[in-house]
Design a protein around this ligand. Structure first.
Ligand SMILES: *Cc1c(COP(=O)(O)O)cnc(C)c1O
Length: 348
């Protein structure tokens, strides 16, 4: 069978390079964040490769993600669940040997009342999202293996709140002498050696997003979204292209219809006069008109392009952060928007 016309290619060698870069720059062991199916790249394949590179501890968001990861990876790695111990998940967590990150007093008593065991603790040092406020942080207890906090502004090194949070975390972590201290997400890995503590928790930088929301020479592109040209047409001046006449050809244009649309993560904000561009025929060319569910249109006038050629929506020639900025969004949303229909292809 021919490969599907839209593919998300994941470069596992580039993933491995980013993993080692993040360890070197932060000076701390890397505990990869593989929540949301590794930001859409496929958690099982990503985590297996990261294990081969040395990772032994992973973070997911949901208990269900953790259970799936446990099935994929077997008993060896440690898996933390950032949601913590919510509702009736204690048994589910324990069944898959998952460790909740306890975010508050109710989660903590639910976990301990159900039998306790290895777990982590989140301290809120100012983000006001999840975790115990420092003044409400519990005394050390049996099973506590890790204490973490999360930066609100990790993508902005000039933000004074970074150091304020870092110092608050250092102070509170002294209460838990035996626990692994984890503070930095992707951006935090680059903020200086005193942000690394005992383990860092990067997500987006493993997957090719820059630490400051733009391409960064230290981070290799990992994910490439490509789609094939389904058809080419010559559109006379004055005719329109696509739904709602979103584009009218000012002069005769050659238009390629590409096999990727909303369902594959091509955002509506790209087209209709937006900044969306794809790499095709050796050049960056604009998306024109509206995006459709399954296809989009690119102006390839003057290029040597044939049916079946691949267009790159993001990847090494159209960097993930640039593609995201063009749609008024960020790499996280762009990656997780790639639907299940685009085949994941792993290269190493
Ligand atoms: C998602 C998340 C991370 C990873 O964040 P990135 O910005 O993708 O590196 C780390 N820690 C926590 C608590 C998170 O929720």
């Amino acid at each position: 069978m021919a490969p599907p016309p839209a593919r998300l290619t994941v470069d596992l060698a580039a993933l491995a390079r980013n993993y080692h870069t993040l360890g070197a720059v932060s000076g701390a062991p890397v505990h990869p964040v593989v929540k949301a199916d590794s930001y859409g790249l496929g958690a099982a394949a990503v985590a297996r490769r990261l294990m081969a590179e040395g990772a032994r501890t992973f973070f997911v968001a949901r208990a269900g993600e953790g259970a799936a990861l446990r099935s994929a990876l077997g008993p060896e790695p440690t898996v933390y669940v950032l949601d913590g111990c919510i509702a009736d998940t204690a048994a589910e967590l324990r069944a898959a040997d998952l460790r909740p990150i306890l975010n508050g007093a109710v989660q903590m008593s639910d976990w301990l009342d159900s039998g306790g065991g290895p777990c982590g603790l989140q301290i809120d040092t100012g983000m006001n999202r999840l975790g115990f406020r420092p003044e409400a942080a519990p005394a050390p207890f049996d099973g506590l293996a890790l204490v973490l906090s999360h930066l609100a502004c990790a993508d902005d090194p000039s933000q004074p709140m970074n150091r304020i949070q870092r110092d608050a975390f250092a102070a509170i972590a002294m209460r838990y002498p035996g626990a692994t201290r984890s503070f930095a997400s992707s951006g935090g890995c680059f903020l200086g050696p005193d942000f690394g503590f005992d383990a860092v928790r990067p997500g987006i930088c493993l997957y090719g997003g820059g630490p400051e929301g733009r391409p960064d020479p230290r981070i290799a592109p990992v994910a490439t979204l490509t789609a094939d040209v389904l058809q080419l047409r010559d559109v006379p001046a004055g005719e329109s292209v696509g739904y709602s006449r979103g584009f009218t050809a000012p002069t005769p244009r050659r238009i390629a219809t590409i096999a990727a649309g909303y369902a594959d993560g091509v955002l509506r904000a790209y087209a209709g006069g937006g900044q969306g561009q794809v790499w095709i025929g050796g050049a960056l060319r604009p998306l024109v008109g509206r995006v459709s569910m399954d296809v989009c249109a690119v102006d390839v006038t003057g290029l040597d392009v044939a049916v079946g050629d691949a267009a790159e929506l993001f990847g090494p020639h159209r960097r993930l952060d640039d593609a995201a900025s063009a749609a008024g969004t960020i790499a996280y949303e762009l990656l997780t928007a790639v639907g299940g229909r685009a085949q994941r292809v792993y290269i190493s």
